[in-house]
Design a protein around this ligand. Structure first.
Ligand SMILES: Nc1ncnc2c1ncn2[C@@H]1O[C@H](COP(=O)(O)OP(=O)(O)O)[C@@H](O)[C@H]1O
Ligand SMILES: CC(=O)OP(=O)(O)O
Ligand SMILES: [Mg+2]
Length: 392
């Protein structure tokens, strides 16, 4: 790091985690992860801080929610690293709706707009807002920038964004938006250095983490994606169902008398890999398990991804490259292998050894489609946006 750091702080608040980074240019000088937020346990949550790759703090902290965790982190920084003062803060905000389609400096009006979209991203939006509000109240002189997961998909065609509902619904903003945009934007920014044809051509990126989606890109711009109005649609995820016949929801509400809150809990928290396996939402647990239900959950996950890959290939009119990213995409070789096996009809052929070793290039020389593993870095993308918006 240089002698006079002017770091950008980046806050990426997930459903049960808070990721916090300090970036000096493209370099991450400090990265903190606060885990198990909102999970009832005697010791509260736990934090891990890494500086230049070395763990410098690890242990329980007295934080029950995202704002508490951020307060603890700012206190820790002021006490332990007084020389590391952020000059601005960038936030990942999951939903930008129809109006927030580019990174923006946060004002009270922007906060109101983000708040109005909370019901469309209940696992994320309230957790995105809490740290923004705390910083605005306590450190009003610190500029804050919101970067939206939805913004990258603003290039999609009108047809792609529609649901087949009466036109008035589209006018009211009931349409496909898409998420994980900061991750896809970062991947698109890396591709020219890794593979010029993939960067300029027809690429499907698979962001497979706890939340998961696929995005079809042409020349680095979003053409179609699997998530839509909310981050529930598309492929199954850690605890989310992915696409489901809306008739099932009507049935549960109408015939079985399920409450809206219980249905929301089922779809967001109790489905996906967790629901199918009855064991865990974490792919590591499922791959290690000998339970038949865990195997079914993994197979279902891979099968639905392979089906969506076919659909997105149709949206692109062909496929030049497939990119894996996110916790599962970057680390779970058996999942990548199975998705590629199910997609061999597309001309995908990978080298098992390159896959097992987690190399950047997985495809064999005779594969018609390039297959790549590119680690995502939403925080780096956010820091770039902050510098651009604030011109620093
Ligand atoms: N070594 C691994 N092998 C298989 N799956 C992994 C591995 N490491 C992480 N994962 C999966 O990645 C998920 C987290 O993905 P990540 O993209 O880091 O999280 P988030 O969606 O919270 O940003 C975990 O829940 C787990 O399913
Ligand atoms: C939008 C979304 O699903 O995000 P995450 O993967 O962080 O849960
Ligand atoms: Mg994520």
């Amino acid at each position: 790091m240089n002698q006079n750091p002017q770091p950008i702080a980046v806050v990426n608040a997930g459903s049960a985690t808070l990721k916090f980074s300090l970036l000096d240019g493209e370099e991450t000088v400090l990265a903190a992860l606060v885990d198990r937020l909102g999970v009832a346990r005697a010791n509260g949550s736990s934090a891990k801080i890494r500086e230049n790759g070395r763990v410098t703090f690890e242990g329980p902290i007295p934080a029950g929610n995202h704002a508490d965790a951020l307060i603890w982190l700012f206190d820790w920084l002021a006490r332990e690293r007084p020389g590391l003062r952020p000059v601005a803060v960038g936030h990942r905000v999951v939903h930008g709706g129809d109006t927030l389609i580019a990174p923006v400096r946060i004002t009270p009006e922007v906060i109101d707009c983000i708040d109005a979209l909370s019901s469309l991203a209940p696992l994320h939006q309230p957790h995105n807002l809490a740290p923004i509000r705390w910083i605005a109240g306590r450190l009003p002189e610190l500029p804050q920038v919101a970067c939206f997961d939805t913004a990258f998909h603003a290039t999609q065609s009108r047809i792609e964004r529609m649901f087949a509902l009466p036109g008035e619904y589209l006018e009211r903003g009931i349409r496909r938006y898409g998420f994980h945009g900061l991750s896809y934007e970062y991947i698109a920014s890396c591709l020219p250095e890794i593979d010029r044809n993939a960067a300029a051509g027809r690429t499907v990126a698979c962001h497979l983490g706890n939340g998961a989606s696929l995005c079809a890109m042409r020349n680095g711009r979003s053409v179609a994606t699997t998530m839509s109005f909310t981050a529930l649609d598309g492929i199954p995820m850690g605890t989310r169902s992915g696409a489901i016949d809306p008739g099932v929801l009507l049935h549960l509400l109408d015939q079985e008398g399920m409450s809206v809150a219980a249905l929301s809990n089922l779809l967001y928290q109790r489905s996906g890999l967790l629901g199918l396996s009855g064991l865990s939402s974490d792919m590591r647990d499922l791959l290690e398990s000998s339970s038949p239900d865990a195997a079914v959950a993994v197979e279902y996950f891979c099968y639905r991804i392979a089906r969506e890959l076919g659909s997105l290939t149709a949206a692109l009119g062909g496929l030049d490259a497939l990119v894996f990213t996110g916790g599962i995409g970057e680390h779970a070789a058996p999942v990548r292998a199975r998705i590629c096996e199910l997609s061999d009809w597309l001309g995908i052929a990978i080298d098992p050894d390159a896959n097992a070793r987690g190399r950047t290039v997985l495809n064999r020389d005779d594969s018609r489609v390039r297959v790549l593993v590119v680690p995502t870095n939403e925080e780096r993308m956010i820091a770039r946006h902050v510098r651009q918006v604030l011109q620093i």
